[in-house]
Design a protein around this ligand. Structure first.
Ligand code: C5P
Length: 428
């Protein structure tokens, strides 16, 4: 694959040298285009030596080859890392003031992936977020930054995702097969890239909903639930690590989205429904881990509802939200699409039946392929770091238990999904 690796002017540029190695060792042909500022962090000689190609950041070099036109047309994939706030702003505005931004404009239908890195305040600034939205609306995949120690003493979201995570997301975006195993060179201590068997979802797109929807009552109040989003975020990270391109549909969450996934924020059940139906069109797997409100207020007041002594206290009338999971299954079946759909169920037992009785009935009602069942109660599951689930399958195989940290449970669910997929589509 011909890859253009655009490097922005941030300190994280040094980590991109490892990303370049991952691409070249996996057999890809990489042309590096650093911005002028990037060359102040890592010199052109490094990029030339590691890529095996001459490196320029000016449209005035090699003018006779019309470099930006050639590079933009020939690329199979463009990866920009670190995608700094400035570089994304220039790309969002459609500027063409250096070789990289010219090439981005020439790229046409070639997939573009941007891996951001900057201080938290810069990432969260409304201007930056607006640019991210603009780029995403044009089809650019902008990964979430990782969270952790930044360049100064500050900590928070803004770190460049690990080169391995960018590498996996890039290959998944380009629909490339799983990365071949690389053997560490004698005398180096480089980690080998995971073998294909460790990336069972490579080449697949997985959409995951997470967190709790919020249903507005008026401009300041909403009906919500206690979902923290931790289990959905752990699933997104596990699917990413299994090699999938991951889309996270994030309702309200107490935790940040994991690095290296594409995140769409939603507020209400209706917004989640629209995002899920849109994403479903090209998803191989859908996991509905979000706690979706079953009801929403029938009327949303345009102004804050006031306490008044001269009128009776308000009564809230609720209307039912659509069952998104059920609808996704219906749409899939109507289109005869190959798609695995996984639901979650938080259940309690009662005098009429135990948790599994209710869960089996729910699986039949929702008609999804797998149902991951949580036993909930006071202080169980919501917001906790551990979980204990049973995975039920519509095909009727034995219920499978999984427990431990939410990452352990996520890994078990992703393993189970991989096993179901390999049963449906036997390896060639
Ligand atoms: O019916 P219940 O809320 O227990 O079902 C839980 C499962 O259904 C979860 O996977 C949840 O994401 C999904 N759901 C949905 N739309 C709703 C309610 C729940 O997709 N309105």
């Amino acid at each position: 694959m011909r890859i253009i690796l655009g490097v922005g002017g941030g300190i994280a540029a040094y980590k991109v040298a490892s990303l370049l190695r991952l691409f070249t060792e996996a057999g890809h042909d990489v042309t590096v285009i650093p911005t002028e500022a990037a060359t102040r962090f890592v010199g052109v000689a490094t990029w030339e030596a590691l890529s095996g190609h001459p490196v320029s950041n000016s449209v005035f070099d090699d003018v006779h080859t019309v470099n930006h036109v050639r590079l933009g047309h020939e690329a199979d994939l463009i990866v920009v890392a670190p995608a700094t706030a400035d570089l994304r702003a220039r790309a969002a505005a459609g500027q063409a003031n250096d070789l990289l931004t010219n090439t981005l404009l020439m790229a046409g239908s070639c997939p573009v992936l941007m891996a951001p890195a900057m201080h938290t305040e810069m990432w969260q600034h409304a201007a930056t977020q607006a640019n991210v939205e603009t780029l995403r609306s044009r089809g650019v995949t902008v990964l979430e930054p990782a969270s952790g120690r930044l360049t100064g003493s500050d900590t928070g979201p803004g770190r460049l995702p690990d080169p391995e995570a960018i590498f996996a997301a890039a290959l998944a975006l380009a629909g490339a097969p799983a990365a071949p195993t690389t053997v560490p060179q004698p005398g180096t201590n480089e980690e080998p890239v995971a073998p294909p068997s460790a990336r069972p979802l490579a080449g697949l797109t997985v959409t995951i909903s997470a967190g709790g929807t919020r249903e507005p009552l008026d401009p300041v109040r909403f009906l919500g639930n206690r979902s923290s989003g931790k289990q959905g975020v752990a699933l997104a990270a596990a699917a990413r690590d299994a090699g999938a391109r991951v889309r996270l549909l994030a309702a309200h969450m107490d935790v940040p989205p994991p690095a290296g996934v594409e995140t769409t924020k939603v507020e209400t059940a209706l917004e989640l429904r629209a995002a899920a139906l849109h994403a479903a069109a090209d998803s191989d797997v859908i996991i509905m881990a979000a706690a979706v409100a079953d009801f929403r207020p029938a009327d949303v007041a345009g102004t804050k509802i006031k306490k008044r002594d001269d009128v009776a206290d308000p009564v809230i009338t609720l209307v039912r939200n659509p069952d998104i999971l059920r609808e996704l299954v219906e749409v899939r079946d109507a289109a005869s699409r190959d798609q695995l759909i996984v639901g979650f169920a938080a259940e309690t037992g009662d005098a009429d039946g135990d948790v599994l009785d209710y869960a089996m009935a729910k699986l039949r009602r929702k008609a999804c392929d797998l149902l991951v069942v949580n036993h909930v109660g006071q202080d169980r599951v919501f917001g906790e770091d551990t979980n204990s689930v049973v995975i039920l399958s519509r095909a009727g195989s034995e219920p499978q238990e999984a427990s431990g940290s939410k990452s352990d449970v996520a890994a078990a669910v992703i393993d189970r999904i991989s096993a179901e997929l390999s049963r449906v589509v036997p390896p060639a």
